[in-house]
Structures are given as C-alpha cells and as structure tokens.
Design a protein. Structure first.
Length: 110
C-alpha cells in the first residue's frame, strides 16, 4: 500500500515508494519515522532499576523478551560488566528496545 506524497523539489504529487520524482527525476531521500513511541517513566524507570541492580545477570533482558542475549549475559556476568554498563547507558538515553522493538527510556523522545 503506497501513499501519495509531494516531491521535495518540484512539489508534484508522487508515490511514497518512488525513489526518484516521476516529474523532475530528482532523488527523494525519504526519512523513515518510527511508529513506536518511546515508553518512558514506568517502563524505562523499571528497566533502568532492574538493569542497575540485576543487569550483570541479564535479568532486564529476560523481562523484556530478549532471552537469548539474557542467557549470554548470565553466563558471562554481563559481558564482564561491560555489556551491563552499555545496557544501563542505552536505557538511560533511550536506545534500548524490548523484543517487540518498543523503546525503553528514562527520557522522552519526540
């Protein structure tokens, strides 16, 4: 299912799947916008606290559906602490997602 959009250069209506405008021929460079909003506060705060307290065992990854990497974190004790620290930072700045692709964050991303 394609949508109609306007060429960013000549303003003519084109399909959103066209890489080049059918009127002027210029490349469109469409920006992909994520449809999943950031889940902050309740989920992000919980994820951060669980990761901070039990992240070395990968508990936060088990809770949010990433069991494969959760097992690896459990076996390696959070990647010898490095992986745990990276996950803690990623949750804090909003770059950590659950298994469904939902972003978990302490901050609100627009």
């Amino acid at each position: 299912m394609s949508l109609s959009v306007f060429c960013r250069y000549c303003g003519q209506q084109i399909s959103d799947i066209d890489l080049n405008c059918t009127h002027c021929g210029l490349k469109q460079n469409f920006t992909v916008v994520s449809s999943s909003p950031s889940r902050k506060n309740s989920e992000g705060v919980i994820a951060f606290i669980v990761c901070f307290l039990f992240g070395i065992f990968g508990l936060h990854r088990f809770i949010y559906g990433k069991t494969g990497t959760g097992i690896l974190m459990l076996i390696t004790l959070g990647g010898f602490g490095i992986w745990w620290l990276i996950d803690l930072i990623r949750i804090g700045i909003g770059h950590f997602t659950d298994s469904k692709g939902n972003q978990l964050s302490l901050i609100h991303n627009h």
